[in-house]
Design a binder for this molecule. Structure first.
Ligand code: ADP
Ligand code: MG
Length: 255
C-alpha cells in the first residue's frame, strides 16, 4: 500500500526540498517513507541530506547505468534517492525512466515523496505532478506565489492528480498570514497543512547538510512540519495499482 505525493511549486526557492525532507522525516515516525529527488536538472536533496559524496544517484539510474536499488540510501529514517548535479549526468538521463523507477520503489514503501522541479519551467518539469497521486503545493504568502501555485494545481487537475494541501513557507513574523490562508483556501482544493516561518534554523540545517528535523527538531519550523505531516492522511492505495499507473503514465511532450 502506497501513496505518492509530489512536493511542488511554480518557482524555485519556495522551500520544496526543505519541505520534502521535513515532511518525510515527520511521516517516517509512522510510515515507510521514500524520498526521490525528481528535480533532475536542479537537484539538491543530496546537499540537504548529507549525500553530496555518493557515487550512484538517480542520474545513473535514469541513464540505464545502474539499478534503482544502487541509488537508494538509508538516511534519517527514510529511504532517500538523491540525484546528481552534473550537466553531463542530466544530459545522459532519460526522464521517461522515472516512471519505472517510481513503480519499482512503490512496491517497497508506504509513502513516496517526489521533490519536484519548479513546475512552470517546462512541460517535462511537470512529470512528478503527472505521476503523483496528490500534490503538496509549497507557497509563499504573496500574490505572485499564489498565482504560480494555482497554475500547479491546474496542471495537477489536468493530469488527474489531486491536491493534498498547501503549505506556506518562509512566512515573515509580521505577515498577516491568516488573511492570506483564508483567501487561498477558497482557490485551492486542499487545506492549509501548515505555515512555516522564515527561520535561521532552516538555513543552518541546510548549511550542515542535514534535514531540519534532524538538525533542529525542537525549532518552531520543525514543529510546524510535524503538524503538517499529522494533517496528511496517507491513503492506502494498492502498490500494484500505483506501479501500473506509473508505468503507463503519459509523459507531457518536452519543450
Ligand atoms: P526549493 O527546493 O523550492 O528550490 P529549498 O528548499 O532548496 O527550495 O530552499 C531554498 C533556500 O531557502 C535554501 O537555502 C533554504 O535553506 C532556504 N529556506 C527554505 N525555507 C526556509 C525558511 N523557512 N526559513 C529560512 N530559509 C529557508
Ligand atoms: Mg529544490
Amino acid at each position: 500500500m502506497v501513496e505518492a505525493f509530489a512536493v511542488a511549486s511554480g518557482k524555485g526557492g519556495t522551500g520544496k526540498t526543505t519541505s520534502t525532507l521535513a515532511l518525510g522525516m515527520a511521516l517516517a515516525d509512522s510510515h515507510d517513507v521514500t524520498v526521490i529527488d525528481a528535480d533532475t536538472g536542479m537537484a539538491n536533496v543530496l546537499f540537504h541530506a548529507g549525500l553530496a559524496d555518493v557515487e550512484t544517484t538517480l542520474h545513473e539510474v535514469l541513464a540505464g547505468e545502474a539499478p534503482v536499488e544502487a541509488a537508494v540510501y538509508d538516511r534519517f529514517g527514510m529511504d532517500v534517492v538523491p540525484c546528481g548535479t552534473s550537466l553531463a549526468g542530466f544530459e545522459r538521463a532519460d526522464p521517461t525512466r522515472l516512471r519505472e523507477v517510481v513503480a519499482t520503489l512503490a512496491a517497497e514503501t508506504d509513502v513516496i515523496l517526489l521533490d519536484s522541479p519548479a513546475a512552470l519551467g517546462s512541460r517535462s518539469a511537470v512529470l512528478p505532478v503527472v505521476l503523483a497521486d496528490r500534490v503538496i503545493v509549497v507557497l509563499q504568502p504573496t500574490v505572485p506565489s499564489l498565482s504560480d501555485g494555482l497554475k500547479v494545481q491546474e496542471y495537477a487537475r489536468t493530469y488527474g492528480t489531486g491536491v493534498a494541501g498547501i503549505l506556506f513557507n518562509r512566512v515573515a513574523d509580521d505577515e498577516d498570514v491568516a488573511a492570506v490562508t483564508t483567501k487561498a483556501e477558497r482557490y485551492f482544493e486542499g487545506e492549509t497543512l501548515a505555515t512555516v516561518p522564515e527561520s535561521d534554523a532552516v538555513r543552518a540545517a541546510r548549511r550542515a547538510g542535514r534535514p531540519l528535523l534532524a538538525h533542529a527538531p525542537g525549532s518552531t519550523p520543525a514543529g510546524r512540519y510535524r503538524e503538517a505531516a499529522a494533517e496528511l492522511t496517507v491513503r492506502d492505495i494498492a502498490s500494484d495499482d500505483v506501479a501500473d499507473r506509473f508505468r503507463n503514465a503519459v509523459i507531457p511532450e518536452q519543450s
